[in-house]
Design a protein around this ligand. Structure first.
Ligand SMILES: [Zn+2]
Length: 492
């Protein structure tokens, strides 16, 4: 048996969206604590049924390299957490992010189980379910989302998960939480062993008793759980969700695995579930753990964020901009994405920030630049709401000190216009300049443009304002050397 590293025990391999399994390499499953499982099975038989939903605290630690690289996007983390809660909902179990996401920027921890990496056990927060999210090391396949993509460490009682599984489609995190709650694979014993149809099915595989189809040895074989039928790891590499390989148990009886079990390896099923007995074990395990009772927010997030400023291509007074939106019922946090393109392409993300109020102050944006932003509301237990519709704004460059070569000063008067039919742009130049003068409303719409040839020295350009509605405008001067803007106010 191949021992990859002492602190890996249980692993799960790639579950890419395409469901194309390209590579598998598993850590040893021998560390699974069967005594704990047996105690949970025993306790489950007398456990009283619970009413309502049980909320369990999670510390989700997002690990990046020293320089911040490699960090999972908060979007993906929210999606993965949403899927986890959806999957446990039927069991009356929900998880909540105690104290939000936790960030660790330390290359020594980034590549979990990698050569020379620190064991994240030292980062654990007690009395919570510790989930570490970054990359899980697999020899030869780092960064490829294949190989080992998650594991539960029985020795250290934490879950590590590769960020590439946190896409909202994979059930990898749910599977690892199953291990956390003491569940073995449904095919326990067969982790590193292929079923061979041309050989008699053995009574033991890797020291684990092989499960019979008739349930006669179910409590002492394989995963010890009687309502999960025998599975000799048939799912690995299976292309569908219906095993028809014709395998038989040691007595020659045909076996029919539960393809849709979370603790199996059938990756092409439309949905998955825990069996009732597995659910009982999970509840028994929770009852035996010392989770400090908190008072998590249990409300769903209702609706999406209505963005209020700046919106609809509005031009902002300067490059420090405070984004505001209406608070969303049930939300305590907001993920704000600032992007350079309207499609919100991941390649053009300027920043993603989590805020706990319905505003976010941005500083030192680029001047004269289009930005797009959107908001995703969530709370510690409900992370399934997507971004609402995005909107755009453009930063102004409203400085009096003109930074265009050849322009020494720029002044608008009267400003406010105070009912004048014209305003004047007074420009002092050190050389002749050809310029376009542009007037925008605050929605960024060009309402007037004129070309002007400036002479060297003082120039005054008359700009007609009689037809302009009252309000704020941006006036810009654009030359081949650069652009400057000022805000003006037309008043009657
Ligand atoms: Zn597993």
């Amino acid at each position: 048996m191949k021992i990859i590293n002492s602190f890996i025990a249980i692993c799960l391999f790639a579950l890419p969206i395409s469901a194309q399994i390209t590579h598998f390499e598993c850590g040893t499953p021998s560390g699974m604590d069967m005594e704990r499982l047996m105690a949970n099975l025993e306790a489950a038989s007398t456990l009283e049924a619970r009413a309502g939903t049980q909320y369990l605290p999670v510390t989700m630690t997002l690990i990046a390299n020293d320089d911040g690289s490699g960090l999972i996007t908060e979007d993906a983390a929210l999606n993965g957490f949403c899927r986890l809660n959806e999957n446990f909902e039927d069991l009356g179990i929900q998880f909540y992010l105690r104290d939000g996401f936790r960030y660790v920027y330390d290359s020594d921890f980034y590549l979990i189980n990698g050569p020379g990496s620190q064991n994240p056990a030292s980062l654990k927060i007690p009395n919570t379910i510790n989930i570490f999210v970054s990359e899980v090391f697999t020899q030869g396949s780092q960064g490829s989302c294949s190989g080992i993509l998650g594991f539960y460490s029985p020795a250290n009682d934490y879950v590590a998960i590769d960020k590439c599984t946190m896409d909202g489609a994979s059930f990898a995190l749910t599977h690892e939480l199953g291990h956390f709650f003491s569940l073995p694979h449904t095919f326990f014993g067969w982790e590193n062993q292929n079923y061979n149809p041309s050989q008699p099915t053995p009574e033991f595989v890797n020291g684990v008793r092989v499960e019979y189809a008739d349930e006669s040895n179910c409590s002492i074989s394989a995963d010890r759980i009687c309502d999960t039928p025998p599975d000799y790891n048939f799912g690995l590499g299976a292309s569908g969700c219906d095993y028809t390989g014709g395998a038989v148990d040691p007595e020659g009886n045909p076996v029919d695995p539960d393809e849709m079990n979370y603790m199996g390896y059938f990756f092409n099923c439309p949905s998955h579930n825990f069996s009732p007995n597995q659910g009982d074990v999970i509840h028994a395990d929770i009852a035996d753990r010392n989770f400090v009772g908190g008072s998590p927010i249990t409300a769903a997030v209702n609706g999406q964020a209505n963005l209020t400023y700046p919106i609809n291509a509005e031009i902002t007074p300067d490059t420090d901009v405070t984004l505001t939106w209406d608070a969303v019922e049930g939300a305590t946090s907001y993920l704000i994405e600032l992007n350079r393109v309207a499609s919100f392409s991941p390649s053009f993300v300027v920043q993603r920030t989590v805020a706990t109020t319905n505003s976010l102050a941005l500083e030192d944006l680029l001047p004269n630049t289009n930005y797009y932003w959107r908001v995703r509301p969530f709370n510690e237990a409900y992370t399934c709401t997507d971004y609402g519709a995005g909107t755009a704004f453009k930063t102004g460059e409203l400085v009096n000190v003109v930074q265009i070569q050849g322009v020494e000063s720029l002044n608008i008067y009267p400003n406010p216009s105070n009912g004048a039919e014209h305003i004047f742009m007074e420009v002092n130049t050190s050389e002749p300049l050809e310029a376009e003068i542009k007037l925008y409303n605050t929605q960024g719409k060009l309402v007037q443009v004129l070309n002007h040839q400036f002479n060297s020295g003082a120039n005054a350009v008359k700009i007609k304002t009689a037809s302009l509605a009252q309000g704020a405008y941006i006036i810009g001067i654009q030359t081949e050397n650069g652009t400057a803007h000022q805000r003006i106010f037309i008043t009657r």
